[in-house]
Design a protein around this ligand. Structure first.
Ligand code: CUA
Length: 193
């Protein structure tokens, strides 16, 4: 025994045509929104020279403070014998170590950072420095500061009740002054005392 379908009336045809037209219009609107978002990603990515991390590096949160490059006496800025400038820092609720970071202008600077407790992150003033700091992972970012001066470096990932008070300062020195101070090979920071 087969079910009999209701007869197709002209009204049913019409409402189907209206539905198809509406669906098609929405499909175009959604595609346009996706196109605008992709374009925004491309433009801001190129304009700010944002870049994804080049590779995944991990670090053991439990031994961070007793061994390896993130021990307290290794944090801060160093210049290698090859002239490479590296900033090592950690983020914790609710501060960065060091609290004041010295970098040169007009020279490539590589940040290497991680977090000890929660997800943090930082940006530096109006530069393209922008990265997350995640427990167990090493975040790296290389940039060149165009001019000397002081920049603020706030935490930009909500990390708890003290989030809005979590920030550091970045002192950008003229390249010659920085090189003169860093030549000895010791690590630099501008934390008073
Ligand atoms: Cu650390 Cu927000």
């Amino acid at each position: 025994m087969s079910a009999t379908l209701p007869p197709v009336t002209p009204a049913a045809h019409l409402s189907e045509a209206v539905a198809v037209a509406a669906e098609r219009r929405w499909a175009w609107i959604v595609m346009a929104i996706i196109a605008v978002l992709v374009l925004m990603m491309i433009v801001t990515g190129l304009h700010w020279a944002s870049m994804p991390p080049s590779r995944v590096e991990t670090v053991d949160v439990k031994t961070l403070h007793v061994q390896g490059e993130f021990m307290e006496n290794k944090l801060g800025t160093t210049m290698g014998t090859d002239g490479k400038v590296t900033v090592r820092l950690i983020a914790q609720q609710y501060s960065f170590v060091p609290q004041c970071i010295v970098v040169p202008a007009d020279m490539p600077v590589t940040f290497r950072g991680t977090a000890t407790d929660a997800i943090h992150g930082f940006i530096v003033g109006r530069t393209n420095v922008n990265t997350m700091l995640i427990p167990g992972f090493v975040s790296t970012f290389t940039t060149t500061f165009p001019r000397a001066g002081e920049q603020l470096m706030p935490c930009h990932e909500y990390c708890g009740t003290g989030h809005e008070a979590m920030w550091a300062r970045v002192q950008v020195l003229p390249a010659a002054e920085f090189i003169a101070r860093a030549r000895g090979g010791e690590r630099l920071s501008c934390v008073p005392g």
